[in-house]
Design a protein around this ligand. Structure first.
Ligand code: DQA
Length: 149
């Protein structure tokens, strides 16, 4: 399952100098194509609402082997999203198009990262594609977190 958070529906039009010119549909198409290559089904969802993302994460426990999550601005303050990530037993890989560590100070902290399997940031669409590869690899190794546990 791939989850996109707030404002990512505007990709392509939204600050293209920061987030690039690809639309969300184009990113999703790349993810589905990579999923086919890797032999996994990819389901992509986007919401501007934290509660909806929380609900989908809960469902991921039953419906998905792993999650690739771009939490958008909720990355920096979304505590209920963080708790949902911590609650699901499948690996959740946090991804960002822009390099959050090279931007405004408020973006440098992720409340999601400590409970995610790992974080991939700053590589544009490749953050998502690498995130999907990592999620599949962790699932196949039977690991829910990035570290050895
Ligand atoms: C983002 C980075 C966030 O800080 C921002 O609020 C976003 C997108 C990224 O993909 O670079 O909406 O998650």
């Amino acid at each position: 399952m791939v989850l996109h958070g707030p404002n990512l529906n505007l990709l392509g039009r939204r600050e293209p100098e920061v987030y690039g010119s690809m639309t969300l549909d184009e990113i999703n198409a790349r993810l589905v194509a990579l999923g086919k290559e890797l032999g996994v089904e990819v389901v992509c969802r986007q919401s501007n609402h934290e509660g909806q993302l929380v609900d989908w994460l809960h469902r991921a426990a039953e419906e998905a082997a792993a999650v690739v999550l771009n939490p958008g601005a909720l990355t920096h303050y979304g505590y209920s999203l963080r708790d949902a990530v911590a609650a699901v037993p499948v690996p959740v890989v946090e991804v960002h198009l822009s390099n959050i560590h090279a931007r405004e100070p408020f973006r440098r902290r992720s409340v999601i990262a400590p409970v995610a399997a790992g974080q991939i940031t700053g590589l544009g669409v490749h953050s998502y594609l690498l995130g999907l590869r990592a999620a599949v690899a962790l699932t196949r190794e039977g690991r829910s977190r990035g570290r050895q546990d």
